[in-house]
Design a protein around this ligand. Sequence first.
Ligand code: ADP
Ligand code: MG
Length: 621
Amino acid sequence: MSGFLKLLFRNRLAAMGALVLMIILALILIAPLLPLQDPDVTATADRFKRPFADGHLLGTDHLGRDLLSRLLWGTRLSLAVGIAAALIAAAIGSAIGITAGYFGGRTDNIIMRGVDMLMAFPYILLALAIVAALGPGLMNALIAVAAVNVPFFARNIRGVTVGLAGREFIDAARLAGKGHMRIILTELLPNVLPVIIIAMSTTVGWMILETAGLSFLGLGSQPPQADLGSMLGEARSALISHPHTSIVPGIMIFLIVMSINLLGDGVRDALDPRLRSGALSRPRATTLVERTGDIPARTDDLLAIQDLHTEFHVGSRIYRAVGGVSLAVKPGECLGVIGESGSGKSVTALSVMGLVASPPGVITGGAVRFQGEDLIGAPYETLRRKRGDRVAYIFQDPLSTLHPLYTVGQQLAEAIQSHHKTSNTEARAHAIQLLSDVRIPNAAARADNYPHELSGGMRQRVGIAMALANEPDVIIADEPTTALDVTVQAQILSLLDDLRRDRGLAIIFITHDFGVVAQLCDRVAVMYAGRIVEEGQTQAVLDAPAHPYTRRLIACVPELGGGRRELAAIPGLPPLVDDLPPGCAFAPRCDKAQATCRTGEIALAGTAPRAVRCLYPEVTV
Ligand code: ADP
Ligand code: MG
């Protein structure tokens, strides 16, 4: 809740809206306590007094009634009616929408056609017709305004509910034997509620206007009772001669509607979970760079990540996801990056091409050199030309990275054509060639399949084919086999291995599985809490791990047929990167930690290519 408020008030306009609304609410709430004159007492001798006349701060109207008093009491009434109408419309409309969306089929059809019939009438005519039938009066105006807004909520909420009703968690609730009513109340409603609140906060202002409109026409509040609409209506005849009688309620309506709308927009933005971690703005095309300190000198590696620092700035918190990582690959080499979930592997990989979402991501130090050229802070166009062309990515979940509405052949062709000018037929031929390169049987026919028609293993091969499309120099594979079963994983690994031997590809292979590293990688770097804690030739690290963390990671891998050895899980959890302990981040979980491990900076030391960041390593390197 406090997080929501913080986010809401970071939006200045919403904060301003809230402030104005608060002041108005406070004024009308204490109206009975203020020394105001009776709003309905007429005094013909005092007609049309100007504002700031003695005894009448805002002047008087055509019957000599005090405008300030009428304004506050009128605002009270208008707000109450508008908000009540919004609540009623939201409750009835949402109930209709949820019922139609949840039950579907014929129920849905009958209900929604009824709603459509209501929607087919012009809005204001319908409201007028309802008031005409019920007779003028504020209560009837309220009913009319609520009624004409029911279809809006019903349609909106039905749409959301239909999407949710087919989801697995609703099926799970059914399987658990819950009844319709309980599913609707405990599973659907909490998911729909934010949408209802958002729809309401953005329509309250509109409903206040509609009520004012009806009162203006004399169909809402009846004299002498004041509301904002009827005040405007009564002032109409004196609009030119005594404009203050119109301006006073006019400004109030403007302030109320404006502040409610600003606040409503702010609420909508703050409730959207996708905006929660970032500021309320669109992500930039490349990661924000705020480098301090020296930029490391160039090396002759193909791709070198040098002392990279990537942070997430969320509010006043700083998450140090990557705290000084250096990695390098040469052509034809495969480097494994291994670590528990949350150790900063993905953020390191995404930083290379400036793909970390900004805000909240910021690269605060280091360099990423591709063939010597520093890519950190490079112009967007430079990065765009390299993305997918010289440096390609393979991600964990291919179903979410492939577009569901295009065939895989079209998507491969697009990947080729975004970097090279080729005809459509050529691109398609190339796409089919790529599919057969990654050993998809019957590639020509498969090219016309949509992603959902392929199995998980095949989709991952399409992902690899897409990464290969422009014959990149480096492939960064972020847990590409984690979602696959073991046999498919073995095939994909041997495919990647062949590709790098045939084409001289450099691969950075991110995983949390030492078994996979052993199969594929020449070298391995172990990450913990955003830093490299050990690196070296794969075999050397496997044979004699130097860092206690590496040793324990290896101890977690079961040995096929090895039998006797006990699998040892690592106790505790990785530290939070916004609150890293001083010294070694692994010390709290380490059985060998001494007092010295908990203070000061511990350097990565050893003789290349072997290095370890530990004061008491298992073996000296
Ligand atoms: P992994 O090693 O599992 O790939 P990541 O690189 O995805 O880990 O994440 C590294 C750290 O960065 C994690 O602690 C994660 O909580 C943090 N992090 C990632 N994205 C964000 C974000 N948008 N805002 C705040 N923290 C983030
Ligand atoms: Mg990851």
